[in-house]
Design a protein. Structure first.
Length: 621
């Protein structure tokens, strides 16, 4: 959930490290720091709070050097204090370490090391790693020419320490006595090596590397990279030296800036017509009236043999899975179950052999979703992924899958990834439907709706000014209710989540008919109810639910199809969106809810892109 950067080469390390940490701010953090080797030890600059605080400290205490590491910390072990900020030093200052992940047995190791005389200055599990590596380094026999041996003693010391750890880590290690080398290692927490001209970079995702290099190496679990300015050597815990594959980074520096928008979230909301177009590009087969996917790695016969589908994810991805449940069951008449990944990983549900599992994730690194995927694979199920990040752990470990092609999503509150996930799941529903019972004409009608979707999303984005007016009127409210039925119920859940995430207002999502079974007790003149009610089979039922709220004095904000005069006569506020087929309605309905959350958060003075307590990629349990 934190950010890591590292550099070794002939240029000044600090410029890249600070720039890289700024690009990693979206991941969520509460402190930051840098370290570079110096004669006799390390120079560290650390700060609690935002990167701007670290920048101010660096102006007072400049760091210079051709190698260095940096980190943004999201507190797990110990509060956000200067002592707990990374990098951490080990032993007598022999090593410096930055670390993402959680070490589950850190207390037992800490007790042992304290018994040996090691002094701890923080409450973190990371300092345990630093001292442990230092301890293992002392036990390595001296080598006269370290470089000639590819710094093997250093790698062996790090590996010896890692073998004692239980948990997850992505870490980078600097050595006081060998400042010409960096070591990076991962298990369950992503690390990427950037390959330059007589220089190497390390980062916890691709965004810091954009504009610096377009050649990257994804480290796999249990791999360790030994980096100097001129060389990169990758070693696997069980296989020894392995040949690394250099891939092309398809990410430009402009992809990770705000592009003139006030916030990344707003930029990404307005990128949704293009991200949805990218999700469908090349996947709509007009000759066969179906969708097509190149990465499922299963034959049509194998896919047709599926009798049940299990969708799993966390947070926004779980809401997308709920939309997918409605889509697949409606279009394919195939039984679908949706599970929180955090629950599935510890459950033992009875799943038949003909069950397909799809893990849904934006980052491809979510710890709970990865663990659920691994558990399903362990039990012999085909485990597939719907994922946005190429080269991510889930993308690599799944038996097959579908990329979203949504582009980088920097804002912590997911927007374009959600609509792309729903679009991919709609195409998956079409695919299974055509395998099973949908006729050609139905397939072509659905394709037509999918092709029209980007322009309709652009139409929904035209409500932004209207939504901003509504947001100004209700920004001081302390509770919101979000209500929808059928396909729009998951969209109501997602709309409530968006408001909670970035404005810190309490919000709940419900099926509209469930209001009278308890939640209606919350309704008063200061509790707005946001109804998702585009035209469809249950429109009249939702209108009756609106009447129930109005009879109790509750204000109603209604998201309706363009030209809906019936709702306009009843609701206090109306937001009109284009009409579409029912199975795509959540993709349009969520647009004004994303905008409502955004504009309310701005009106309340909240930090939209970096909401409190949250992180973009949840790589810890």
């Amino acid at each position: 959930m934190c950010g890591i950067v590292g550099y070794i080469g002939s240029n000044d390390a600090t410029e890249f490290l600070l720039s890289g940490l700024r690009r990693l701010e979206y991941r969520g953090y509460d402190s930051a720091g840098l370290a570079v080797p110096a004669p006799g030890g390390f120079r560290r600059v650390r700060a609690v709070g935002r990167i701007d605080e670290l920048d101010r400290e660096l102006q007072q205490t400049p760091l210079a050097g051709n190698v260095g590491i940096g980190h943004t910390r999201w507190a797990t072990h110990g509060p956000a204090t200067l002592e707990n900020a990374h990098p951490h030093l080990g032993g007598d200052g022999a090593v410096a370490v930055v670390h993402n992940g959680v070490i589950e047995n850190f207390q037992a190791i800490k007790d042992r090391l304290e018994g040996q005389g090691y002094v701890f200055r923080s409450a973190t599990d990371t300092e345990v790693i630093a001292h442990l590596i230092s301890d293992c380094l002392k036990r390595q026999p001296p080598v006269s020419d370290m470089a000639a041996n590819h710094y093997e003693p250093l790698a062996l010391a790090v590996q010896a320490a890692l073998l004692q750890l239980q948990g997850t880590y992505g870490l980078v290690v600097l050595f006081r006595d060998w400042p010409e080398v960096l070591i990076a290692a991962r298990l369950g927490s992503p690390l990427i090596v950037g390959v330059g001209s007589r220089e190497h970079y390390v980062a916890s995702d691709c965004s810091p590397l954009a504009g610096y290099t377009d050649r990257i190496v994804y480290l796999a679990d249990n791999e360790l990279a030994v980096l100097s300015a001129d060389s990169l050597r990758v070693v696997h815990r069980d296989q020894g030296h392995v040949r690394h594959r250099i891939k092309v980074l398809d990410l430009a520096a402009g992809d990770v800036d705000r592009g003139g928008y006030a916030h990344f979230m707003l930029k990404e909301i307005f990128e949704q017509p293009e991200s949805i177009r990218n999700a469908t590009r090349g996947r709509l087969d007009l000759d066969a009236a179906t969708a097509k996917f190149g990465g499922l790695n299963l034959t049509a016969r194998q896919l047709r043999g599926a009798k049940r589908i299990l969708l799993t994810g966390c947070g926004t991805s779980w809401h997308a899975a709920l939309v997918g449940e409605y889509q697949i069951e409606t279009l394919a008449r195939l039984s679908v179950e949706v599970e929180y990944a955090s629950e599935l990983r510890y459950r033992n549900p009875p799943l038949d052999d003909d069950t397909l599992v799809f893990a849904i994730t934006q980052s491809g690194e979510t710890a709970d979703t990865l663990a659920a995927l691994r558990e399903m694979k362990r039990k012999g199920h085909h485990a597939l992924a719907v994922c946005n990040v190429v080269g991510s752990t889930i993308a690599n470990e799944a038996d097959g899958g579908i990329y979203l092609h949504a582009g980088p999503e920097i804002g912590v509150a997911s927007t374009k990834a959600f609509t792309s996930q729903c679009t991919v799941l709609a195409m998956l529903a079409l695919y299974f439907g055509r395998l099973r019972h949908l006729g050609f004409d139905d397939g072509m009608r659905i394709i037509g709706e999918l092709q029209a979707l980007p322009d309709k999303v652009a139409g929904a984005l035209g409500t932004s000014a209207r939504v901003q007016e509504i947001a100004a009127r209700y920004a001081d409210c302390q509770t919101f209710l979000y209500l929808g039925r059928q396909f729009n119920f998951p969209a109501a859940l997602e709309g409530a989540l968006k408001l909670k995430e970035i404005s810190y207002i309490h919000a709940e999502g419900y099926p509209a008919a469930e209001m009278k079974h308890g939640p209606i007790a919350l309704v008063d003149e200061r509790t707005p109810s946001v109804f998702l009610m585009p035209r469809g089979p249950v429109y009249d039922k939702v209108m009756a639910n609106v009447q129930e709220i109005k009879a109790r004095g509750g204000p109603v904000i209604a998201v309706v199809c363009e030209g809906d005069r019936d709702a306009a006569r009843l609701a206090d506020e109306v937001i009109e969106i284009p009409a579409t087929d029912e199975f795509l309605q959540p993709i349009l309905s969520i647009i004004p809810l994303q905008l409502l959350a955004y504009h309310i958060a701005v009106a309340r003075g909240c930090d939209v892109d970096k909401p409190r307590n949250l992180a973009k990629s949840v790589t810890v349990e």
